[in-house]
Ligand binder design. Structure first.
Ligand SMILES: Cc1ncc(COP(=O)(O)O)c(C=O)c1O
Length: 409
């Protein structure tokens, strides 16, 4: 094991809880991760010691809050290899980050005859904003298909991305299949055709090293709550020259430079895109989450999940009635295993496992068209993080076997 998992677990108070009589086995990390005490303490520290608004006051607490808020932005910029903190915009979550690009950049740059290329693996958050942009502008949305094995069809991608393409939107790690897509190659295809690329890093940024300069992506977004941080805060990274040229999307305090009764002018980056009082406490706590992950090392986080997923795939192979959606080999996949059962409905399975303290996700995982493309309406999903152990994988497998015995006897 590349991480000291026992030590990590001691930082997460919630992992001591029981569900009924059973100890919690939390395997729903793709939905949201648990929070270490360092993140929880960052929140209580802000509210109990220096709660004040940012960018506005000269008093001590306002200065302290502003410094901590901006320091968190700098930590996030470093975490994703952004060349400057001004390219990091705080949003509510990745959904808002993608909407920001679709409304601000999209409305200003797209018209009939243009094409948006996404993939069939997108979460609803990276498909619906583009559908709506296409409706508003008359542009066409095209989707790169997947292979039988649950990978992106890169040959199809290279024929679909053309000089008509204005933006490619692609998920880095699928929240259903676990597939890690070659977004760098997609970015090159986009750039060769004069288009931009937006990377949905909701599942990759928490689990593997992500570097925006190496990927050469134009936009990238993620949500703090999936990477040990609080809910209600996310990030949009954008290349500076693009963000500079984009019009604001929301209007109000903080995002202005000057205001008259008739007109207004816009503040510099990143504030141009941060109207109103920001989510100060959660931004600061996101900084604490980034510190925690950086201290572990994202290479080590990834290595831990590669090991755990390899073990889980081996164990799943013993379950004759279970079919895994997505890549079966462990190359280029993350710790997300979605599966169906020949005879058990995912909701029955999820409910039975919950009685044993095991939390998994069941349903369409906010990727309805992708799940339906496997001829099912719902699937079960187990997803791992830094605090999960092989014995929790054993508990899941034993739980599935126990449910089979109960329902199928
Ligand atoms: C790949 C992917 N994109 C986008 C999202 C949306 O995240 P949020 O609801 O935090 O905006 C998720 C959440 O599950 C996701 O897995």
């Amino acid at each position: 094991m590349t991480l000291d998992v026992e030590k990590i677990r001691s930082d997460f108070p919630i992992l001591n809880r029981k569900i009924g009589e059973a100890p919690l086995v939390y395997l729903d990390n793709a939905a949201t991760s648990q929070k270490p005490c360092q993140v929880i303490e960052a929140l209580t520290d802000y509210y109990s010691r220096y709660n004040a608004n940012v960018h506005r006051g000269v008093h001590t607490m306002s200065v302290e809050a502003t410094e901590a808020f901006e320091a968190a932005r700098t930590k996030v910029a470093k975490f994703i290899g952004a060349p400057n903190p001004e390219s990091v915009i705080w949003t509510r979550n990745i959904s808002e980050a993608i909407n920001l690009v679709a409304y601000s950049w999209g409305d200003a740059n797209l018209s009939a005859g243009d094409e948006i290329v996404a993939t069939v693996m997108e979460h609803h958050s990276d498909i619906v904003p583009w559908q709506q942009l296409a409706l508003r502008t008359g542009a066409e949305l095209k989707l790169i298909p997947r292979t039988e094995g649950g990978r992106l069809d890169m040959e199809a991608a290279s024929s679909m991305i053309s000089p008509r393409t204005k933006i490619v939107a692609a998920v880095h790690m699928s929240s259903v299949l676990g597939t890690i897509n070659d977004v760098k190659a997609l970015g090159k295809l986009a750039h060769d055709n004069g288009a931009l690329i937006l990377v949905d890093a909701a599942q990759s940024a928490p689990h593997m090293p992500v570097n925006v300069e190496d990927l050469d992506c134009d936009f990238l977004g993620f949500s703090a709550h999936k990477m040990l941080g609080p809910t209600g805060i996310g990030v949009l990274y954008g290349k500076r020259e693009l963000l500079e040229a984009m019009p604001p999307w929301m209007f109000g305090g903080d995002m202005i430079l000057t205001v008259s009764y008739e007109d207004a002018s816009w503040n510099d980056l990143p504030y141009k895109f941060e109207a109103g009082t920001p989510n100060i406490a959660d931004a600061i706590a996101t900084g604490a989450a980034v510190d925690y992950l950086s201290e572990l090392g994202m290479e080590n986080v990834r290595a831990h999940e590669v090991d755990l997923t390899a073990y889980a795939l081996e164990c799943f192979a013993e379950l004759e009635q279970v079919k895994i959606m997505g890549p079966l080999d462990n190359a280029d996949r993350g710790g997300i295993i979605s599966f169906t059962h020949d005879t058990l409905h995912p909701h029955d399975l999820g409910t039975a496992l919950d009685r044993m303290g095991i939390a998994i996700r069941t349903g369409h995982h906010c990727a309805m068209p992708l799940v339906r493309s496997y001829d099912v309406v719902a699937a079960a999903r187990a997803s791992f993080y830094i605090y999960n152990t092989p014995s929790e994988v054993d508990a899941l497998i034993a739980g599935i076997k126990e449910t089979e015995r109960y329902f199928l006897k």
